[in-house]
Design a protein around this ligand. Structure first.
Ligand SMILES: *[C@@H]1O[C@H](CO)[C@@H](O)[C@H](O)[C@H]1NC(C)=O
Ligand SMILES: *[C@@H]1O[C@H](CO)[C@@H](O)[C@H](O)[C@H]1NC(C)=O
Length: 631
């Protein structure tokens, strides 16, 4: 078995105990009810058993606790997100939350958002965090850097200009990306009349671009935090002379670039982890043994075999092993990047990048749409095929098959998950822990972790996870090796076929997920593994709206079996593990309801509107004096 693929079949019991202890310290005292807390203590006591044999028992199911916590988290989120009932309250909440005055035009934004029934009024932390370091640059500097990006098409950064309340696309945008710019214009136009004159640079690639080393970025963020204290509001509208301050975009490419071309190379050490504190494992440790699961990497965000903290799981700093576990870090298809703080608006990014997130036009333009019909119905959850379903390409990164980076595909998330669900002939060391219920008389422990070989798991569960058509983004021997490993490749399916299946897998590709939002809208339950984060990340609650999976894949079976169960006979042993269909259905419903409320096209506009007002202020020479005040 291939080394790095074997990796994901391996699981060490340590994870189960360590993760639990962490989360016991952090979480339980605040919001978990007493019965769960006691259960958790019991759980820690059982830790000693871990070393006796390779199983462990628990008196409650960790997923039950995660489901409970998710509900509490969402309630708290809602209280924070939609506290304000009037403009005045919204201004006050803004000032309390972000330590500054809202930007000019905030009243128009508020009106726009409330007229469209936005459930999120007060909480836009990702905008705030993305923009913080830019306060360290002067408005003049930001304008100049924007020009440097959009004046040279080689940069793959397309320009949009706002002038007199109208949005226009800068010259020389690649025809293949035209839809994206058209989508941006469509998304911005409804509120463009309230935006100041400015130019904006949009990342045409999927991969994120800007990673300022922590040592430089932290003082820059500090200037952002200080901004509010220097504010003396003298004007509530943007400067009028802005149009001329943005240098014209030349018809001929400027030929200069601040970006480095680093495609098809390892990026983790130079870029992926550079935003982490210098002492963090991601910057100090080099893990070469990809055949073993790094439990210290996964345990901080895990509870037993399950992913417990999606936010923390997105933080690469404690996860040096990610260097070998994702296409963006192993060998991205396109990577023109910089360590300087250049303003690039991107659809997604991994932790530590300084790109500015904006709502992708992909969903706005219905490039992948939730659109069931008579031919492709979306039946109620209970009537769906209980398989977990995925179709996709090997497009996460490039596996060029060269001497220096041959076999890069073995570490990529998509390939590893496909491998995981295919029936490997060799079942050793394919041991995956799953939590089984004990018979009532067995002991007071209700569940026991048991390891089963992959070959058994793939026969007892229903999975349909396949690579479509042909191996993409490969070279030389890496094409043949993948074609052999993943055979047979299947024909492409209609996107609307998805709704047939109860469980929909969403795996990171080269960047943002085009399909997650449509998945959420359906009666099916999405499972998601990935390191890329998008604009909606903090408004969607894992274990309430979707099921989170670790990119390592070690909890895949345990998680799937919790919901889907496991039935059948292997080598004379009968298995009949009950799933939790009703809970799965409840989550699918919650996700759908939430997507209809908080992840509509209107919500993308509202997010974008607020982001661009903030950006308008940041690029205004009088930004210290600009703000919105009531009365
Ligand atoms: C997840 O981790 C983040 C960052 O460490 C922390 O702030 C948050 O409270 C954690 N959430 C839960 C539910 O434990
Ligand atoms: C469910 O989906 C699986 C995988 O695609 C397929 O093999 C199976 O035949 C389907 N079952 C039914 C009842 O349609």
């Amino acid at each position: 078995m291939l080394l790095s693929l074997a990796f994901l079949a391996y699981f060490h019991v340590e994870t189960m105990s360590e993760g639990r202890q962490q989360s016991a310290n952090k979480v339980t005292f605040r919001k978990v009810p007493t019965w769960l807390y006691l259960a958790l203590v019991a759980l820690l006591v059982t830790r000693t058993y871990l070393w006796v044999n390779r199983t462990t028992s628990v008196t409650y199911h960790p997923v039950d606790m995660l489901l409970y916590e998710a509900g509490v988290h969402h309630e708290t989120y809602m209280q924070e997100a939609s506290d304000s009932k009037t403009l005045k309250q919204a201004v006050m909440n803004y000032r309390n939350r972000y330590g500054q005055h809202p930007p000019p035009g905030f009243d128009h934004w508020y009106e726009y958002a409330t007229a469209r029934n936005s459930v999120v009024v007060d909480r836009y932390d990702s905008i705030h965090n993305d923009l913080l370091p830019f306060y360290a640059l002067s408005p003049e500097d930001i304008r100049q850097r924007t020009w440097a990006l959009i004046s040279n098409p080689w940069n793959d950064v397309a320009g949009l200009s706002v002038r007199g309340g109208k949005v226009e696309i800068s010259p020389s945008v690649k025809p293949t990306h035209r839809w994206m710019l058209d989508g941006l214009v469509a998304m911005i136009s409804p509120f463009a009349e309230h935006l100041p004159d400015m130019d904006l640079g949009f990342n045409l690639n999927d991969e994120c671009r800007v990673a300022v080393p922590f040592e430089d970025a932290e003082p820059m963020r500090e200037s952002g935090r200080q901004f509010g204290s220097a504010q003396k509001i003298a004007a509530s509208s943007f400067s009028l002379d802005r149009a001329d301050q943005w240098s014209a975009i030349p018809e001929e490419p400027s030929g200069e670039t601040p970006l480095m071309e680093l495609s098809w190379r390892r990026t983790f050490y130079e870029f992926g982890s550079i935003g982490c504190p210098p002492s963090s494992p991601a910057r100090t440790e080099r893990l070469w043994n990809t055949g073993r699961l790094c439990t210290s990497c996964s345990s901080p965000h895990s509870l037993g075999a399950y992913l417990a903290n999606w936010t923390l799981a997105g933080n690469v700093c404690h996860q040096p092993d990610l260097a070998n576990l994702h296409g963006i870090f192993l060998s991205p298809a396109a990577f023109k990047a910089t360590h300087e703080l250049y303003p690039i608006f991107s659809q997604s990014k991994t932790h530590g990048f300084n790109d500015i997130l904006y709502p992708s036009a992909w969903n706005y333009m219905d490039k992948a749409k939730y659109d069931p019909s008579l031919d492709h119905p979306d039946p109620p959850f209970a009537r769906k095929n209980a398989s977990i379903f995925w179709r996709g390409a090997t497009s996460e990164g490039v596996s060029p098959g060269s001497v220096s980076s041959g076999g890069a595909w073995k570490g990529m998330t998509r390939q590893r998950f496909v491998h995981l669900t295919h029936n490997p002939s060799n079942a050793v060391p394919g041991e995956q822990p799953i939590l089984l219920s004990n018979p009532p008389t067995d002991s007071k422990d209700k569940h026991t972790y048991t390891t089963l070989p992959l070959s058994t798991l793939t026969r007892l569960t229903r999975t349909d996870v396949q690579i479509v058509e042909s191996i993409a983004r490969c070279g030389g021997q890496d094409c043949e090796a993948q074609a052999a490993e993943f055979a047979p490749l299947v024909p492409p399916t209609d996107f609307q076929d998805h709704w047939e299946y109860g469980f929909l897998l969403d795996l990171d590709g080269a960047g943002f997920s085009g399909r997650f939002l449509p998945f959420l809208r359906s009666n099916s339950l999405p499972f998601k593994a990935g390191v890329f984060r998008e604009w909606w990340d903090d408004r969607v609650t894992p274990w309430l709206h979707f099921v989170p999976l670790d990119v390592r894949g070690q909890g895949f079976w345990a998680t799937l079996i919790y919901f889907a169960g496991m039935h059948g006979e292997v080598d004379g042993v009968k298995w009949n593990v009950h799933g939790h269909g009703r809970k799965a259905m409840r989550l699918a419903d919650k996700g759908r309801e939430w997507a209809e409320k908080a992840l509509r096209k209107e919500d993308a506009e509202i997010y974008f509107f607020r982001l661009l007002l903030e950006w308008g202020r940041l690029t205004d020479d009088r930004r210290d004096e600009l703000g919105f005040k009531v009365g």
